[in-house]
Design a protein around this ligand. Structure first.
Ligand SMILES: NC(=O)c1ccc[n+]([C@@H]2O[C@H](COP(=O)([O-])OP(=O)(O)OC[C@H]3O[C@@H](n4cnc5c(N)ncnc54)[C@H](O)[C@@H]3O)[C@@H](O)[C@H]2O)c1
Length: 559
Protein backbone atom coordinates (compact mmCIF):
# COMPACT_ATOMS: atom_id res chain seq x y z
CA UNK A 1 0.00 0.00 0.00
CA UNK A 2 1.32 3.46 -0.92
CA UNK A 3 2.50 5.42 2.08
CA UNK A 4 1.33 9.04 2.25
CA UNK A 5 3.58 11.56 3.88
CA UNK A 6 3.18 15.19 4.79
CA UNK A 7 6.47 17.07 4.35
CA UNK A 8 6.35 20.55 5.82
CA UNK A 9 8.86 23.06 4.50
CA UNK A 10 8.79 21.14 1.20
CA UNK A 11 9.96 24.14 -0.82
CA UNK A 12 13.03 24.46 1.38
CA UNK A 13 16.44 22.87 1.02
CA UNK A 14 16.03 19.67 3.04
CA UNK A 15 12.26 19.39 2.50
CA UNK A 16 12.53 19.40 -1.31
CA UNK A 17 15.25 16.73 -1.27
CA UNK A 18 13.29 14.61 1.17
CA UNK A 19 10.11 14.84 -0.90
CA UNK A 20 12.04 13.64 -3.95
CA UNK A 21 13.61 10.79 -1.99
CA UNK A 22 10.23 9.64 -0.66
CA UNK A 23 8.63 9.70 -4.11
CA UNK A 24 11.61 7.83 -5.54
CA UNK A 25 10.78 5.12 -2.95
CA UNK A 26 7.23 4.85 -4.23
CA UNK A 27 5.51 7.01 -1.60
CA UNK A 28 3.06 9.88 -2.15
CA UNK A 29 3.94 13.27 -0.68
CA UNK A 30 1.88 16.29 0.24
CA UNK A 31 4.24 19.23 0.54
CA UNK A 32 3.38 22.33 2.57
CA UNK A 33 5.24 25.61 2.57
CA UNK A 34 4.42 29.29 3.07
CA UNK A 35 7.41 30.63 1.10
CA UNK A 36 8.67 32.43 4.18
CA UNK A 37 10.63 35.53 3.19
CA UNK A 38 13.82 34.34 4.92
CA UNK A 39 15.21 33.84 1.44
CA UNK A 40 13.88 34.45 -2.06
CA UNK A 41 10.66 32.82 -3.18
CA UNK A 42 12.16 32.19 -6.65
CA UNK A 43 14.84 29.99 -5.08
CA UNK A 44 12.17 27.96 -3.29
CA UNK A 45 10.09 27.72 -6.46
CA UNK A 46 13.17 26.37 -8.25
CA UNK A 47 13.57 23.79 -5.45
CA UNK A 48 9.99 22.68 -6.11
CA UNK A 49 10.12 22.75 -9.91
CA UNK A 50 11.18 19.12 -10.39
CA UNK A 51 8.75 17.88 -7.74
CA UNK A 52 5.71 19.53 -9.28
CA UNK A 53 6.21 17.37 -12.37
CA UNK A 54 6.06 14.15 -10.36
CA UNK A 55 2.71 12.32 -10.17
CA UNK A 56 3.13 11.39 -6.49
CA UNK A 57 3.52 14.99 -5.35
CA UNK A 58 0.88 17.51 -4.31
CA UNK A 59 1.72 21.00 -3.09
CA UNK A 60 -0.26 23.16 -0.67
CA UNK A 61 0.79 26.73 0.05
CA UNK A 62 -0.09 27.29 3.70
CA UNK A 63 1.27 28.88 6.85
CA UNK A 64 1.41 26.29 9.62
CA UNK A 65 1.21 28.98 12.28
CA UNK A 66 -2.25 30.06 11.02
CA UNK A 67 -3.78 27.88 8.29
CA UNK A 68 -5.44 24.48 8.38
CA UNK A 69 -3.00 21.57 8.04
CA UNK A 70 -3.76 19.21 5.11
CA UNK A 71 -3.64 15.87 6.95
CA UNK A 72 -6.23 13.85 4.99
CA UNK A 73 -4.99 10.32 4.34
CA UNK A 74 -1.52 11.07 5.72
CA UNK A 75 0.40 8.22 7.43
CA UNK A 76 3.27 10.22 8.89
CA UNK A 77 4.52 13.80 9.10
CA UNK A 78 8.05 15.06 8.55
CA UNK A 79 8.09 18.54 9.97
CA UNK A 80 10.90 20.53 8.38
CA UNK A 81 9.12 23.87 8.07
CA UNK A 82 10.72 26.53 10.14
CA UNK A 83 12.53 29.78 10.14
CA UNK A 84 16.23 28.96 10.12
CA UNK A 85 19.26 31.12 10.84
CA UNK A 86 20.89 32.05 14.11
CA UNK A 87 21.93 35.64 13.51
CA UNK A 88 18.63 36.95 12.05
CA UNK A 89 16.79 35.49 15.03
CA UNK A 90 18.46 38.13 17.20
CA UNK A 91 16.78 40.83 15.11
CA UNK A 92 13.28 39.38 14.95
CA UNK A 93 12.83 36.77 17.70
CA UNK A 94 9.04 36.99 17.60
CA UNK A 95 8.79 35.65 14.06
CA UNK A 96 10.99 32.70 15.09
CA UNK A 97 8.64 31.81 17.92
CA UNK A 98 5.73 31.90 15.51
CA UNK A 99 7.34 29.83 12.72
CA UNK A 100 9.20 27.37 14.95
CA UNK A 101 7.11 27.07 18.12
CA UNK A 102 3.50 28.05 17.33
CA UNK A 103 3.59 26.24 13.97
CA UNK A 104 5.05 23.11 15.61
CA UNK A 105 2.46 23.10 18.41
CA UNK A 106 -0.39 23.54 15.91
CA UNK A 107 0.93 20.81 13.65
CA UNK A 108 1.40 18.19 16.38
CA UNK A 109 -1.97 19.06 17.84
CA UNK A 110 -3.68 18.78 14.44
CA UNK A 111 -1.98 15.41 13.90
CA UNK A 112 -3.07 13.92 17.21
CA UNK A 113 -6.63 15.13 16.65
CA UNK A 114 -6.91 13.05 13.44
CA UNK A 115 -5.24 10.06 15.13
CA UNK A 116 -1.94 10.50 13.31
CA UNK A 117 0.89 9.43 15.57
CA UNK A 118 4.11 9.27 13.53
CA UNK A 119 6.10 12.51 13.47
CA UNK A 120 9.68 13.37 12.60
CA UNK A 121 10.73 16.85 13.69
CA UNK A 122 13.69 18.75 12.22
CA UNK A 123 15.52 20.20 15.20
CA UNK A 124 19.02 21.62 15.34
CA UNK A 125 22.49 21.13 16.82
CA UNK A 126 22.26 24.73 18.02
CA UNK A 127 20.22 23.49 21.02
CA UNK A 128 23.54 22.38 22.57
CA UNK A 129 24.72 25.99 22.92
CA UNK A 130 28.26 26.66 24.12
CA UNK A 131 28.04 24.82 27.45
CA UNK A 132 27.81 21.23 26.24
CA UNK A 133 31.02 19.18 26.33
CA UNK A 134 32.06 17.79 22.93
CA UNK A 135 31.14 15.51 21.32
CA UNK A 136 27.51 16.52 21.92
CA UNK A 137 25.44 13.63 23.18
CA UNK A 138 21.65 13.60 23.16
CA UNK A 139 21.38 12.92 26.90
CA UNK A 140 23.16 16.14 27.90
CA UNK A 141 20.74 18.74 29.28
CA UNK A 142 20.80 21.27 26.35
CA UNK A 143 19.21 23.92 28.52
CA UNK A 144 21.46 26.86 27.67
CA UNK A 145 20.70 27.91 24.10
CA UNK A 146 22.52 31.08 23.06
CA UNK A 147 20.15 32.45 20.39
CA UNK A 148 16.38 32.82 20.00
CA UNK A 149 16.59 30.40 17.06
CA UNK A 150 18.20 27.72 19.25
CA UNK A 151 15.65 28.37 22.00
CA UNK A 152 12.80 28.00 19.49
CA UNK A 153 14.14 24.64 18.28
CA UNK A 154 14.56 23.39 21.84
CA UNK A 155 11.00 24.54 22.51
CA UNK A 156 9.85 22.45 19.53
CA UNK A 157 11.53 19.40 21.06
CA UNK A 158 9.95 20.05 24.44
CA UNK A 159 6.54 20.31 22.79
CA UNK A 160 7.18 16.88 21.27
CA UNK A 161 7.78 15.51 24.78
CA UNK A 162 4.66 17.17 26.16
CA UNK A 163 2.44 15.82 23.39
CA UNK A 164 3.93 12.32 23.57
CA UNK A 165 3.25 12.38 27.31
CA UNK A 166 -0.37 13.35 26.72
CA UNK A 167 -1.15 11.26 23.61
CA UNK A 168 0.03 7.97 22.08
CA UNK A 169 2.46 9.57 19.62
CA UNK A 170 5.81 8.34 18.27
CA UNK A 171 8.08 11.31 17.63
CA UNK A 172 11.72 11.59 16.61
CA UNK A 173 13.48 14.92 17.09
CA UNK A 174 16.43 14.98 14.73
CA UNK A 175 19.19 17.41 15.66
CA UNK A 176 20.66 18.40 12.30
CA UNK A 177 24.29 19.47 12.24
CA UNK A 178 24.78 22.04 9.45
CA UNK A 179 23.38 20.30 6.41
CA UNK A 180 24.86 21.11 3.00
CA UNK A 181 24.67 19.95 -0.59
CA UNK A 182 22.93 21.00 -3.82
CA UNK A 183 20.21 23.61 -3.20
CA UNK A 184 21.64 24.47 0.21
CA UNK A 185 20.14 27.60 1.70
CA UNK A 186 21.89 30.64 0.27
CA UNK A 187 22.44 32.13 3.75
CA UNK A 188 24.62 29.25 4.95
CA UNK A 189 28.40 29.61 5.06
CA UNK A 190 29.31 26.98 2.48
CA UNK A 191 26.96 28.46 -0.10
CA UNK A 192 27.90 32.05 0.70
CA UNK A 193 31.64 31.41 0.65
CA UNK A 194 31.40 29.47 -2.61
CA UNK A 195 29.55 32.34 -4.21
CA UNK A 196 32.03 34.98 -3.02
CA UNK A 197 35.15 33.01 -3.90
CA UNK A 198 33.75 32.11 -7.33
CA UNK A 199 33.13 35.79 -8.03
CA UNK A 200 36.57 36.79 -6.78
CA UNK A 201 35.01 38.83 -3.98
CA UNK A 202 36.33 39.00 -0.41
CA UNK A 203 34.59 36.93 2.25
CA UNK A 204 34.12 37.81 5.90
CA UNK A 205 35.60 35.26 8.24
CA UNK A 206 34.41 35.71 11.81
CA UNK A 207 36.95 34.75 14.44
CA UNK A 208 40.43 33.42 13.76
CA UNK A 209 39.28 30.48 11.62
CA UNK A 210 39.64 27.94 14.41
CA UNK A 211 35.92 27.55 15.12
CA UNK A 212 34.71 24.11 14.12
CA UNK A 213 31.53 22.66 12.70
CA UNK A 214 30.23 19.21 12.03
CA UNK A 215 28.86 19.35 8.47
CA UNK A 216 26.34 16.81 7.19
CA UNK A 217 25.99 16.08 3.50
CA UNK A 218 22.38 16.11 2.33
CA UNK A 219 22.25 12.42 1.30
CA UNK A 220 23.44 11.38 4.77
CA UNK A 221 20.82 13.66 6.32
CA UNK A 222 18.14 12.02 4.14
CA UNK A 223 19.29 8.54 5.19
CA UNK A 224 18.84 9.62 8.79
CA UNK A 225 15.36 11.09 8.20
CA UNK A 226 14.19 7.96 6.36
CA UNK A 227 15.50 5.75 9.15
CA UNK A 228 13.71 7.95 11.69
CA UNK A 229 10.50 7.56 9.74
CA UNK A 230 10.86 3.79 9.94
CA UNK A 231 11.49 4.08 13.67
CA UNK A 232 8.15 5.87 14.14
CA UNK A 233 6.37 2.90 12.57
CA UNK A 234 7.80 0.52 15.16
CA UNK A 235 8.09 2.54 18.35
CA UNK A 236 5.78 2.22 21.32
CA UNK A 237 3.01 4.86 21.58
CA UNK A 238 3.97 7.82 23.73
CA UNK A 239 7.68 7.71 22.92
CA UNK A 240 10.07 10.49 21.89
CA UNK A 241 13.57 9.84 20.60
CA UNK A 242 16.13 12.60 20.16
CA UNK A 243 18.87 11.80 17.69
CA UNK A 244 21.88 13.67 16.32
CA UNK A 245 22.47 13.60 12.59
CA UNK A 246 26.03 14.75 11.89
CA UNK A 247 28.79 14.28 9.37
CA UNK A 248 31.16 12.57 11.81
CA UNK A 249 34.03 15.07 11.48
CA UNK A 250 34.90 18.46 12.96
CA UNK A 251 35.97 20.87 10.27
CA UNK A 252 37.75 24.12 11.08
CA UNK A 253 36.40 27.23 9.41
CA UNK A 254 39.72 28.05 7.74
CA UNK A 255 39.94 24.50 6.37
CA UNK A 256 36.41 24.74 5.03
CA UNK A 257 37.29 27.93 3.17
CA UNK A 258 40.46 26.33 1.78
CA UNK A 259 38.49 23.28 0.59
CA UNK A 260 35.96 25.45 -1.21
CA UNK A 261 38.69 27.55 -2.80
CA UNK A 262 40.49 24.42 -3.90
CA UNK A 263 37.37 22.89 -5.42
CA UNK A 264 36.71 26.12 -7.31
CA UNK A 265 40.35 26.48 -8.35
CA UNK A 266 40.30 30.02 -6.99
CA UNK A 267 42.01 32.04 -4.34
CA UNK A 268 39.98 32.94 -1.25
CA UNK A 269 40.28 36.59 -0.27
CA UNK A 270 39.62 36.57 3.45
CA UNK A 271 38.62 39.57 5.56
CA UNK A 272 38.90 38.88 9.26
CA UNK A 273 36.16 40.04 11.62
CA UNK A 274 35.41 39.45 15.31
CA UNK A 275 33.21 36.55 16.45
CA UNK A 276 29.47 37.00 15.90
CA UNK A 277 27.09 37.03 18.87
CA UNK A 278 24.84 33.97 18.89
CA UNK A 279 27.32 31.79 16.97
CA UNK A 280 28.54 28.72 18.81
CA UNK A 281 32.29 28.01 18.70
CA UNK A 282 31.93 24.35 18.01
CA UNK A 283 29.45 21.73 16.92
CA UNK A 284 30.42 18.09 17.17
CA UNK A 285 27.86 15.32 16.96
CA UNK A 286 28.21 12.21 19.05
CA UNK A 287 26.75 9.67 16.63
CA UNK A 288 26.75 6.62 18.87
CA UNK A 289 23.07 6.96 19.71
CA UNK A 290 22.14 7.60 16.07
CA UNK A 291 24.01 4.43 15.14
CA UNK A 292 22.21 2.37 17.76
CA UNK A 293 18.68 3.70 17.25
CA UNK A 294 18.64 4.42 13.52
CA UNK A 295 21.64 2.48 12.19
CA UNK A 296 22.85 5.90 11.04
CA UNK A 297 26.36 6.29 9.67
CA UNK A 298 27.44 9.26 7.54
CA UNK A 299 29.02 8.26 4.26
CA UNK A 300 30.06 11.49 2.56
CA UNK A 301 33.13 13.19 3.99
CA UNK A 302 33.78 16.91 3.77
CA UNK A 303 36.24 16.78 0.86
CA UNK A 304 33.87 14.78 -1.33
CA UNK A 305 30.86 16.75 -0.14
CA UNK A 306 32.40 20.14 -0.92
CA UNK A 307 33.44 18.92 -4.35
CA UNK A 308 29.88 17.77 -5.05
CA UNK A 309 28.47 21.04 -3.77
CA UNK A 310 30.84 23.08 -5.94
CA UNK A 311 30.00 20.90 -8.96
CA UNK A 312 26.35 21.71 -8.40
CA UNK A 313 27.10 25.40 -7.91
CA UNK A 314 29.04 25.53 -11.16
CA UNK A 315 26.28 23.70 -12.99
CA UNK A 316 23.83 26.39 -11.88
CA UNK A 317 26.05 29.42 -12.26
CA UNK A 318 28.35 28.30 -15.07
CA UNK A 319 32.02 27.71 -14.93
CA UNK A 320 33.13 31.16 -16.02
CA UNK A 321 33.99 31.79 -12.39
CA UNK A 322 36.87 29.36 -12.64
CA UNK A 323 38.30 31.01 -15.75
CA UNK A 324 38.08 34.44 -14.21
CA UNK A 325 40.41 33.46 -11.40
CA UNK A 326 44.14 33.45 -11.66
CA UNK A 327 44.94 30.31 -13.60
CA UNK A 328 47.97 29.57 -11.43
CA UNK A 329 45.75 29.04 -8.40
CA UNK A 330 43.92 26.21 -10.14
CA UNK A 331 47.21 24.38 -10.52
CA UNK A 332 48.25 25.20 -6.96
CA UNK A 333 45.02 23.85 -5.47
CA UNK A 334 45.13 20.73 -7.58
CA UNK A 335 48.74 19.98 -6.72
CA UNK A 336 48.18 20.69 -3.04
CA UNK A 337 45.42 18.11 -3.20
CA UNK A 338 47.77 15.56 -4.76
CA UNK A 339 50.36 16.27 -2.09
CA UNK A 340 47.76 16.06 0.68
CA UNK A 341 47.20 12.39 -0.25
CA UNK A 342 50.63 11.69 1.28
CA UNK A 343 51.68 9.86 -1.86
CA UNK A 344 53.33 12.85 -3.55
CA UNK A 345 56.19 12.27 -5.90
CA UNK A 346 58.96 14.68 -6.81
CA UNK A 347 57.09 15.88 -9.92
CA UNK A 348 54.15 17.15 -7.86
CA UNK A 349 56.42 19.16 -5.56
CA UNK A 350 58.36 20.48 -8.52
CA UNK A 351 55.22 21.61 -10.36
CA UNK A 352 53.78 23.12 -7.23
CA UNK A 353 57.03 25.02 -6.71
CA UNK A 354 56.82 26.24 -10.27
CA UNK A 355 53.19 27.34 -9.83
CA UNK A 356 54.05 29.21 -6.64
CA UNK A 357 56.89 30.98 -8.35
CA UNK A 358 54.54 32.00 -11.20
CA UNK A 359 52.08 33.27 -8.59
CA UNK A 360 54.87 35.38 -7.08
CA UNK A 361 55.20 33.36 -3.86
CA UNK A 362 58.92 32.73 -3.85
CA UNK A 363 59.23 31.33 -0.31
CA UNK A 364 56.61 28.70 -0.90
CA UNK A 365 58.18 27.93 -4.28
CA UNK A 366 61.57 27.30 -2.67
CA UNK A 367 60.02 25.10 -0.04
CA UNK A 368 58.34 22.90 -2.66
CA UNK A 369 61.43 22.72 -4.85
CA UNK A 370 63.42 21.65 -1.79
CA UNK A 371 60.92 18.89 -1.19
CA UNK A 372 61.20 17.73 -4.79
CA UNK A 373 64.99 17.67 -4.43
CA UNK A 374 64.81 15.79 -1.16
CA UNK A 375 62.91 13.05 -2.97
CA UNK A 376 65.14 13.16 -6.02
CA UNK A 377 68.40 15.07 -5.47
CA UNK A 378 69.29 14.85 -9.15
CA UNK A 379 66.06 16.35 -10.46
CA UNK A 380 67.45 18.64 -13.14
CA UNK A 381 64.40 20.84 -13.70
CA UNK A 382 63.92 21.34 -9.97
CA UNK A 383 67.57 22.34 -9.58
CA UNK A 384 67.31 24.82 -12.43
CA UNK A 385 64.03 26.30 -11.25
CA UNK A 386 65.39 26.65 -7.77
CA UNK A 387 68.34 28.54 -9.20
CA UNK A 388 65.96 30.83 -11.10
CA UNK A 389 63.87 31.61 -8.02
CA UNK A 390 67.00 32.31 -5.96
CA UNK A 391 68.24 34.55 -8.71
CA UNK A 392 64.99 36.50 -8.71
CA UNK A 393 65.34 36.97 -4.97
CA UNK A 394 68.80 38.41 -5.53
CA UNK A 395 70.49 35.40 -3.91
CA UNK A 396 72.92 35.03 -6.79
CA UNK A 397 75.63 33.10 -4.96
CA UNK A 398 73.17 30.36 -3.97
CA UNK A 399 71.67 30.41 -7.47
CA UNK A 400 75.08 29.79 -8.99
CA UNK A 401 75.74 26.89 -6.65
CA UNK A 402 72.44 25.38 -7.75
CA UNK A 403 73.28 25.76 -11.41
CA UNK A 404 76.70 24.17 -10.87
CA UNK A 405 74.98 21.26 -9.16
CA UNK A 406 72.57 20.92 -12.10
CA UNK A 407 75.47 20.88 -14.54
CA UNK A 408 77.34 18.21 -12.60
CA UNK A 409 74.25 16.01 -12.49
CA UNK A 410 73.90 15.96 -16.27
CA UNK A 411 77.39 14.58 -16.65
CA UNK A 412 77.15 12.08 -13.82
CA UNK A 413 74.79 9.32 -14.95
CA UNK A 414 74.44 6.59 -12.47
CA UNK A 415 73.37 3.02 -13.22
CA UNK A 416 72.12 3.64 -16.77
CA UNK A 417 69.25 6.05 -16.49
CA UNK A 418 69.31 9.27 -14.62
CA UNK A 419 67.02 9.29 -11.56
CA UNK A 420 64.16 11.42 -12.74
CA UNK A 421 64.24 9.97 -16.26
CA UNK A 422 63.96 6.53 -14.72
CA UNK A 423 60.99 7.71 -12.65
CA UNK A 424 59.27 9.04 -15.75
CA UNK A 425 59.87 5.85 -17.68
CA UNK A 426 58.65 3.77 -14.76
CA UNK A 427 55.48 5.85 -14.64
CA UNK A 428 54.98 5.22 -18.34
CA UNK A 429 55.17 1.49 -17.65
CA UNK A 430 52.65 1.97 -14.86
CA UNK A 431 50.26 3.82 -17.20
CA UNK A 432 50.63 1.06 -19.74
CA UNK A 433 49.93 -1.49 -17.01
CA UNK A 434 46.76 0.39 -16.15
CA UNK A 435 45.67 0.31 -19.79
CA UNK A 436 46.33 -3.44 -19.96
CA UNK A 437 44.30 -3.94 -16.83
CA UNK A 438 41.36 -2.03 -18.25
CA UNK A 439 41.56 -4.32 -21.28
CA UNK A 440 41.64 -7.40 -19.03
CA UNK A 441 45.35 -8.15 -19.49
CA UNK A 442 46.44 -9.04 -15.97
CA UNK A 443 49.62 -10.89 -16.99
CA UNK A 444 50.66 -8.06 -19.30
CA UNK A 445 50.00 -5.51 -16.56
CA UNK A 446 52.19 -7.49 -14.16
CA UNK A 447 54.98 -7.55 -16.76
CA UNK A 448 54.75 -3.75 -17.09
CA UNK A 449 55.08 -3.21 -13.35
CA UNK A 450 58.01 -5.60 -13.25
CA UNK A 451 59.66 -3.58 -16.02
CA UNK A 452 58.98 -0.39 -14.03
CA UNK A 453 60.74 -1.85 -11.01
CA UNK A 454 63.86 -2.73 -12.95
CA UNK A 455 64.19 1.03 -13.53
CA UNK A 456 63.77 1.96 -9.91
CA UNK A 457 63.74 -0.71 -7.22
CA UNK A 458 62.75 1.94 -4.67
CA UNK A 459 59.50 2.88 -6.40
CA UNK A 460 57.51 1.30 -3.60
CA UNK A 461 54.13 2.57 -4.75
CA UNK A 462 54.61 0.67 -7.99
CA UNK A 463 55.91 -2.36 -6.13
CA UNK A 464 52.78 -2.27 -3.98
CA UNK A 465 50.56 -2.25 -7.08
CA UNK A 466 52.57 -5.11 -8.54
CA UNK A 467 52.11 -7.09 -5.33
CA UNK A 468 48.36 -6.59 -5.45
CA UNK A 469 48.16 -7.74 -9.05
CA UNK A 470 50.23 -10.80 -8.24
CA UNK A 471 47.74 -11.63 -5.48
CA UNK A 472 44.95 -11.22 -7.97
CA UNK A 473 46.76 -13.58 -10.33
CA UNK A 474 47.04 -16.20 -7.58
CA UNK A 475 50.84 -15.73 -7.31
CA UNK A 476 50.86 -15.21 -3.56
CA UNK A 477 54.48 -16.23 -2.95
CA UNK A 478 55.82 -13.67 -5.41
CA UNK A 479 53.49 -11.04 -3.98
CA UNK A 480 54.77 -11.93 -0.52
CA UNK A 481 58.34 -11.21 -1.61
CA UNK A 482 57.42 -7.76 -2.89
CA UNK A 483 55.39 -6.73 0.16
CA UNK A 484 58.20 -7.92 2.37
CA UNK A 485 60.67 -5.67 0.57
CA UNK A 486 58.35 -2.67 1.00
CA UNK A 487 57.72 -3.35 4.67
CA UNK A 488 61.45 -3.71 5.28
CA UNK A 489 62.45 -0.60 3.38
CA UNK A 490 59.52 1.65 4.15
CA UNK A 491 58.04 0.51 7.48
CA UNK A 492 55.56 3.39 7.50
CA UNK A 493 53.79 1.96 4.42
CA UNK A 494 51.09 0.27 6.48
CA UNK A 495 48.91 -0.70 3.52
CA UNK A 496 51.80 -2.84 2.34
CA UNK A 497 51.93 -4.48 5.77
CA UNK A 498 48.22 -5.29 5.50
CA UNK A 499 48.86 -6.88 2.12
CA UNK A 500 51.87 -8.77 3.44
CA UNK A 501 49.53 -10.43 5.92
CA UNK A 502 47.14 -11.27 3.11
CA UNK A 503 49.96 -12.73 1.01
CA UNK A 504 51.03 -14.92 3.96
CA UNK A 505 47.45 -16.02 4.44
CA UNK A 506 46.90 -16.82 0.78
CA UNK A 507 50.20 -18.66 0.65
CA UNK A 508 48.86 -20.88 3.44
CA UNK A 509 50.81 -19.44 6.38
CA UNK A 510 48.04 -18.40 8.78
CA UNK A 511 50.37 -17.95 11.72
CA UNK A 512 52.62 -15.52 9.89
CA UNK A 513 49.53 -13.64 8.68
CA UNK A 514 48.26 -13.35 12.23
CA UNK A 515 51.61 -12.01 13.45
CA UNK A 516 51.70 -9.37 10.71
CA UNK A 517 48.10 -8.26 11.26
CA UNK A 518 48.37 -8.17 15.02
CA UNK A 519 51.38 -5.89 14.75
CA UNK A 520 49.43 -3.77 12.28
CA UNK A 521 46.47 -3.61 14.67
CA UNK A 522 48.78 -2.21 17.33
CA UNK A 523 49.98 0.49 14.94
CA UNK A 524 46.66 1.29 13.30
CA UNK A 525 43.96 0.35 15.80
CA UNK A 526 41.19 2.23 14.02
CA UNK A 527 41.50 0.35 10.73
CA UNK A 528 38.41 -1.89 10.37
CA UNK A 529 40.08 -3.91 7.60
CA UNK A 530 42.63 -5.30 10.02
CA UNK A 531 39.83 -6.54 12.28
CA UNK A 532 38.16 -8.09 9.26
CA UNK A 533 41.38 -9.85 8.28
CA UNK A 534 41.83 -11.22 11.78
CA UNK A 535 38.23 -12.37 11.82
CA UNK A 536 38.87 -14.06 8.50
CA UNK A 537 41.72 -15.97 10.07
CA UNK A 538 39.64 -17.32 12.89
CA UNK A 539 37.07 -18.64 10.40
CA UNK A 540 39.35 -19.87 7.66
CA UNK A 541 40.83 -23.21 6.78
CA UNK A 542 44.29 -21.84 7.24
CA UNK A 543 43.98 -20.10 10.57
CA UNK A 544 42.95 -23.30 12.29
CA UNK A 545 46.50 -24.49 11.59
CA UNK A 546 47.26 -22.54 14.74
CA UNK A 547 43.86 -23.05 16.29
CA UNK A 548 43.82 -26.81 15.64
CA UNK A 549 47.28 -27.16 17.10
CA UNK A 550 46.10 -25.30 20.19
CA UNK A 551 42.98 -27.46 20.42
CA UNK A 552 45.02 -30.65 20.08
CA UNK A 553 47.33 -29.38 22.78
CA UNK A 554 44.35 -28.65 25.07
CA UNK A 555 42.86 -32.11 24.38
CA UNK A 556 46.16 -33.73 25.22
CA UNK A 557 46.31 -31.84 28.49
CA UNK A 558 42.73 -32.87 29.38
CA UNK A 559 43.59 -36.50 28.85
N1 LIG B 1 20.03 23.22 6.91
C1 LIG B 1 20.59 23.09 8.07
O1 LIG B 1 21.80 23.07 8.17
C2 LIG B 1 19.76 22.91 9.31
C3 LIG B 1 20.45 22.69 10.52
C4 LIG B 1 19.69 22.54 11.67
C5 LIG B 1 18.31 22.57 11.61
N2 LIG B 1 17.69 22.79 10.42
C6 LIG B 1 16.21 22.81 10.42
O2 LIG B 1 15.75 21.94 9.41
C7 LIG B 1 14.60 22.47 8.79
C8 LIG B 1 14.82 22.59 7.30
O3 LIG B 1 15.95 23.39 7.05
P1 LIG B 1 16.35 23.93 5.61
O4 LIG B 1 17.79 24.20 5.62
O5 LIG B 1 15.76 23.07 4.58
O6 LIG B 1 15.62 25.36 5.63
P2 LIG B 1 14.75 26.08 4.50
O7 LIG B 1 14.57 27.48 4.96
O8 LIG B 1 15.37 25.88 3.19
O9 LIG B 1 13.39 25.30 4.57
C9 LIG B 1 12.40 25.57 5.53
C10 LIG B 1 11.11 25.84 4.80
O10 LIG B 1 10.08 26.05 5.75
C11 LIG B 1 9.18 27.02 5.25
N3 LIG B 1 8.44 27.63 6.37
C12 LIG B 1 8.92 28.46 7.32
N4 LIG B 1 7.91 28.81 8.15
C13 LIG B 1 6.80 28.18 7.71
C14 LIG B 1 5.46 28.16 8.13
N5 LIG B 1 5.06 28.87 9.19
N6 LIG B 1 4.58 27.42 7.44
C15 LIG B 1 4.96 26.70 6.37
N7 LIG B 1 6.22 26.69 5.91
C16 LIG B 1 7.12 27.42 6.57
C17 LIG B 1 10.08 28.02 4.53
O11 LIG B 1 9.41 28.76 3.56
C18 LIG B 1 11.15 27.10 3.94
O12 LIG B 1 10.88 26.79 2.58
C19 LIG B 1 14.35 23.82 9.45
O13 LIG B 1 13.38 23.66 10.45
C20 LIG B 1 15.69 24.18 10.06
O14 LIG B 1 15.54 25.00 11.19
C21 LIG B 1 18.38 22.94 9.28
Amino acid sequence: MTQNYLVTGAAGFIGSHLSEALIARGAAVTGVDNFDAFYAREVKERNLAGLLELPGFRFVEADLARDAVPLDGIDAVIHLAGKPGVRPSLEDPGSYMEANVTATARLIDAARRVGLSRIVFGSSSSVYGNATPAPFAEDTPAVSPISPYAASKRAGELLAHAFAHLYPLQIVCLRFFTVYGPRQRPDLAIHKFTDLIARGRPLRMHGDGSSERDYTYITDCLDGILAALEWTAKAAPGTVETVNLGGGERVRLDRLIALIARALGQEARIERHPDQPGDVRLTDADLAHAGRVLGFKPRVGIVEGIRKFVDWYEEIHGRQSRASGRAGYGAIHLLEEVIATGRAFADAHHLLGLSYSLAGQADKALDQLDRALALNPNYIEALIHRALVLNELGREEEANTMLRRARSVTTERRGGFHGHVAAKLANQHASLAQAYLEAGGLTEAIAQYEAALTLGPTFHDLRYKLGRLLLEAGRALEAHEHFQIIVRERPSFLDAAAMLGLACYLAGDGLAARAVWEELRARRPEDPRVEAYLALLSRSDVAPVGATAEKAERKKKKK
